[in-house]
Design a protein. Structure first.
Length: 202
């Protein structure tokens, strides 16, 4: 065993041996100790490829001059005259006079096969609205005026009319008198209430 080789392995920073490993290293042969010697890394190979040269700067071509646009004044023949009323600056539109402005005008302008359907539907809707307004106004808890109710939609009138309906909690069951209660059998079972009307036998 070569003591100098053991000292060199422990002192070499290329190995991980410490002084505590001396007993282990001294038990090895010289050939085994030489296998633990660090091997120097191979030298990098010389670069035989030619160094790439940076591309030469390319000068951009000169920009072409922008074309000169000469404005051309419109001739009187290309401008259509527009008549403007001082009292009404908005240009007149003849198409607005042909458009229906009310429901009645819309129905009148409708085709013949649709006019009767529209008139009947409008009449039924107005009758239903009037009935709902009358029902709501008849309720003592109502705080709306008739003019206010007429401005509301049909769906809202239906909900208000439903709220204005007073529920009926009365029963069709007969209340016994004091004499009937005194003479009644305390163990008797009263008849059930009539929830569904029973047709009379013919």
């Amino acid at each position: 065993m070569n003591k100098a080789l053991v000292d060199a392995l422990i002192a070499n920073t290329g190995t991980r041996f410490e002084e505590s490993d001396r007993a282990f290293l001294e038990g090895l042969s010289d050939d085994q100790l030489k296998k633990f010697e660090p091997v120097a890394p191979p030298a990098p190979a010389a670069n035989t490829e030619p160094t790439a040269q940076p591309p030469a700067a390319v000068t951009p071509p000169a920009a072409a001059p922008a074309p000169v646009v000469v404005p051309v004044a419109p001739t009187p023949a290309t401008v259509a005259p527009v008549s403007v009323d001082p009292a009404n600056p908005k240009p007149e539109d003849d198409d607005d006079d042909d458009k229906p402005r009310t429901v009645e005008e819309y129905i009148t302008a409708a085709p013949d096969e649709m006019r009767e359907v529209l008139e009947e539907g409008l009449r039924m809707q107005r009758a239903k609205r009037q009935g709902l307004v009358t029902k709501i106004m008849a309720n003592k808890r109502n705080r709306f005026t008739a003019d206010h109710l007429k401005t509301k939609g049909l769906g809202e009138l239906e909900m208000l009319a439903e709220l204005a309906t007073t529920p009926d909690f009365s029963s069709n069951r007969k209340v016994p008198t004091a004499e009937e209660r005194a003479n009644a059998d305390p163990n008797a079972i009263p008849p059930p209430p009539k929830l569904v009307p029973v047709p009379k036998a013919s």
